[in-house]
Design a protein. Structure first.
Length: 406
């Protein structure tokens, strides 16, 4: 299987190259080519799409989206204007934009003198394989033939959905979400983030909460493997960050063992999002020179923590999944030697419109939470930085959008 993608930056449409390759016996597809059509061809030149274009809502492939899916090399088509430095800078910028795409060479829409071509190649670090109507067909065909065998298998995206507010998603996360053929999501991702998933994509709820798992972890991993082997682009949408108490490491292990292609996209983790939204700095030169993240829920229930490491001066402790065992956790911290009056806070539904923040001490926080009937998801903070929230709310002119501090 030989194949090649042209990704256009707004100038070259590949028509001239397509005609030249047809004369060589190549089968040329338009930008809406399907994987099945490409798989049946001896040679395919897929023309279309800027480097960042990964297809549309109908699921049609284009440009770099198809190149990435097939591990195909790309000819980057650029306008031949502005001089060698300008052309090379544009090429380098597009290459840096998405390192998941292999750029094999450049196409320029106008013919240029040999000295300018040489300067562009030196500055861009890429060969110019076509300019105007002049094409290095032998080198282009050799590049296409260098592509690895076509793999019809799919891939999995382990994407961090952040703490809840959709505008805290990374641009990379949005791009991956929009590619999905099927989305596996948990309860922390039940928000407006879900609106970004294409309507054509199948949605499967695999959420977990204490005592109520839609699917066991092993079943989720097996499902991702099966869907990817069916050739689908599988979105595993997880609250916060996949690799921080998100079981992303376990899922990545399962995918790697099964030989499934996958990508991990980080997200704003709950502690960072909740702290910012509640105006509780995680570190502060006058209060905390360290911050430690721990979980209040282990694989088989309440977790045994390194209590001496938690009860240290000048640090902040952020406790994930601590709501269920909150009273036991606070009692244990106190019993291990912490001052019962140590400031503590809980942020419930952080960054969302229904966010609630309770400030107390380690001896009173559990009672405050019971009285407020918080349901979670929630993150707990312990340390003197909690006291800064009152100061920031009372003295600073802070602009809050959604949610307002409570």
């Amino acid at each position: 299987m030989a194949r090649l993608v042209i990704a256009s930056a707004g100038a070259h449409d590949g028509a001239g190259l397509a005609a030249a390759l047809r004369e060589c016996g190549a089968q040329v597809f338009a930008r809406d080519a399907t994987l099945e059509a490409i798989a049946a061809a001896d040679f395919a030149l897929i023309d279309g799409g800027a480097l960042y274009d990964d297809g549309d809502e109908s699921g049609a492939f284009s440009g770099a989206g198809l190149a990435r899916r097939l591990s195909a090399p790309v000819l980057l088509a650029l306008p031949a204007s502005g001089g060698a430095r300008t052309i090379a800078a544009l090429a380098r910028g597009l290459v840096d934009f998405d390192r998941g795409v292999a750029i094999g060479g450049l196409l320029l829409d106008n013919s240029l003198p040999d000295d300018e071509i040489g300067a562009i190649e030196r500055l861009a670090g890429l060969p110019v394989l076509g300019h105007g109507t002049n094409f290095a067909l032998d080198r282009i065909i050799e590049l296409a033939n260098s592509a690895p065998p076509l793999e019809m298998g799919g891939e999995v995206y382990l994407v961090g959905a952040g703490p809840g507010a959709p505008d805290l998603l990374t641009l990379r996360a949005v791009n991956l979400i929009r590619r999905a053929d099927v989305a596996l999501f948990d309860r922390l991702a039940r928000s407006r983030v879900m609106d970004l998933i294409p309507e054509r994509a199948e949605r499967i709820y695999v959420g977990k909460r204490p005592g109520a798992h839609a699917l066991a972890q092993a079943e989720i991993s097996a499902l991702m493997v099966r869907l990817a082997r069916e050739g689908k682009r599988v979105l595993r949408l997880k609250g916060g960050d996949p690799f921080l108490f998100g079981r992303g490491g376990e899922e990545a292990e399962a995918l790697a063992t099964a030989g499934v292609r996958f990508e991990v996209c980080p997200g704003v983790t709950a502690a960072v999002g909740a702290a910012a939204s509640a105006l509780i700095p995680l570190t502060h030169r006058g209060h905390a020179q360290a911050c430690i993240f721990v979980t209040g829920q282990g694989q088989d229930g309440p977790v045994g923590l390194d209590w001496p490491a938690l009860i240290q001066p000048n640090q902040t402790v952020a406790i994930y999944m601590g709501l269920t065992n909150l009273e036991a956790l606070m009692m244990e911290i106190s019993a291990r030697g912490a001052d019962p009056d140590t400031p503590a806070a809980i942020v419930d539904n952080a960054t969302r419109a229904q966010q609630r923040v309770l400030v107390a001490t380690i001896s009173t926080l559990a009672a405050e939470v019971r009285a407020a009937a918080l349901k979670g998801p929630a993150i707990v903070f312990v340390g003197s930085v909690v006291t800064l929230r009152t100061k920031l709310l009372g003295e600073a002119k802070v602009v809050h959008k959604t949610p307002p501090p409570t």
